[in-house]
Design a protein. Structure first.
Length: 122
């Protein structure tokens, strides 16, 4: 029996990983609208601030969420620098699932999307 291959290996990689931005795209996608600036002020930990901006930028680019271990180093450096945070202080292992989930809900709401999975609404 032959399996139907719908996506190539490179297409699968593209789906599983955040987009790779050039410098102009990085400036565009990690730009914060006013609502995001206000929300950012409520976040206490630097890792959550950096994680939120990365999460927002990637979602704006491809309308998908990614796990923090997949975030690109150059993007982490860019966002940390933009916030005046030393990049070596950012350990995305500390960007916890509850923080990621909370930020995801804020992003979806403010960009006019709804959560797809009913389990996450609880």
């Amino acid at each position: 029996m032959t399996l139907l291959q719908i996506l190539s290996a490179s297409e699968l990689k593209t789906l599983k990983n955040p987009p790779e931005f050039n410098s102009e795209e990085r400036k565009y996608f990690f730009y914060l609208p006013k609502w995001a600036e206000k929300y950012l002020e409520t976040l206490r930990k630097n890792v959550n601030r950096v994680g939120f901006i990365l999460q927002l930028g990637y979602f704006r680019a491809v309308k998908r969420n990614f796990i923090p271990s997949k975030y690109h180093k150059r993007d982490i450096e860019y966002v940390a620098n933009k916030l005046g945070i030393p990049e070596q202080e950012i350990d995305l292992n500390e960007y916890t699932r509850p923080d990621l989930s909370k930020n995801k809900k804020v992003i979806l709401k403010n960009l006019g999307f709804q959560i797809f999975n009913d389990e996450e609404k609880k």
